[in-house]
Design a protein around this ligand. Structure first.
Ligand SMILES: [Mn+2]
Length: 330
């Protein structure tokens, strides 16, 4: 057992070494090769997958990891609401960027998935991928599923998004940023009976756009369900039904309203506020998080950089959930 007062992640002291100085890494975590041997293997590795070849509308999310690294210089380690310091609780590192094949979602899933499997200690290190468009989730999900012992029914899934991302072929391709969870279900990586989607909203192409998800058992909480109906209660019931089973969390920044997250590829009006997202994530404390991704930040559409800043704080909230679980289970 480690002494919780000794930091597990060595962060530069911001009072000595300013946050605006140095080569940017995610949240100023050490690069994985620079982690103190006493803190190896790392508990969570954050890494980029700079790929946007799967988009159906605006391109540019390939620049997401870089923008989020820079914006995350202002992420501090102590979580006020959870009363936990992520750097004291977990060994955290930036594992760099994965290789990509810019013209192919499927080839990128392949090379990024292989790369993800090589990060840290497969029997210990959990993976947080930063996109990139949502197609990159498949690679990290696949690597996480393997790390969790290839559960036959697939992993439970908590999904924040404006879109369900279970689309069939688009422009003749089955691998797109609109399809990672259809592929994940069909390949046995995800258990659709333990799949909860938050932030879904229209307009849609047809009334049948959500049919695949509903037929397979995905539970959907639209923005209206969260605000006006029983979305929060259903989320709580979902979490208690999981009973400490490992959960993969996938976070598409377009679940947030474009007024707060304008830098994204398929913006959809009427989304969640940033504060609502934090509240929903914090309500998941206790969840056994086994892997995660944060995707669809398109910095060139957001000269003020608020989308990347928000994404960097979503990464912090996700790691705080991991820290909470560690504190509860030792
Ligand atoms: Mn998505």
């Amino acid at each position: 057992m480690s002494d919780s007062s000794i930091p597990r992640t060595r962060l530069p002291d911001a009072r000595e070494f300013p946050r605006f100085a140095g080569v940017p890494t995610f949240c100023r975590f050490p690069l994985i090769d620079d982690v103190d041997p006493a803190h190896q293997p790392v508990d969570w590795a954050v890494y980029g997958i700079p790929f946007d070849g799967g988009v159906t509308y605006r391109p540019g999310a390939r620049f997401g990891p870089r923008a989020i690294r820079e914006a995350s210089a202002y992420v501090k380690p102590y979580h006020l609401e959870h009363d936990i310091n992520i750097a004291e609780t977990l060994s955290l590192a930036d594992a760099g960027d994965s290789p990509v094949r810019p013209y192919s979602c499927e080839d990128t899933a392949d090379v990024a998935g292989q790369h993800a499997e090589s990060i840290g200690d497969p029997s210990h290190t959990r993976l947080l991928a930063v996109g990139g468009d949502h197609s990159i989730a498949y690679a990290n999900l696949h690597a996480t599923w393997r790390r969790m012992g290839r559960p036959e029914k697939g992993l439970a899934m908590l999904h924040f998004d404006a879109h369900l991302d279970t689309a069939g072929p688009i422009w003749g391709h089955t691998w797109t940023h609109a399809s990672p969870f259809r592929l994940g279900i069909e390949h046995g990586l995800i258990d659709p009976q333990r799949f909860f989607s938050i932030g879904i909203r229209g307009p849609l192409n047809t009334a049948d756009d959500l049919a695949y998800g509903r037929e397979h058992g995905i539970e959907i909480a639209t923005v209206e369900d969260i605000r006006l109906r029983d979305g929060r209660e259903r989320l709580r019931a979902f979490l208690s039904r999981l009973d400490n089973a490992p959960v993969y969390l996938t976070f598409d920044i377009d679940c947030v309203d474009p007024s707060a997250a304008p830098g994204t590829g398929t913006p959809c009006c009427g989304g969640l506020h940033a504060g609502e997202v934090f509240e929903l994530l914090r309500a998941c404390a206790g969840m056994n998080l086994c892997g995660a991704d944060v995707v669809e930040v398109l910095p060139d559409r957001d000269p003020a950089g608020v989308t990347a800043l928000l994404a960097s704080h979503v990464i912090f909230e996700i790691l705080a959930l991991a820290a909470m679980h560690r504190r509860a289970t030792g």
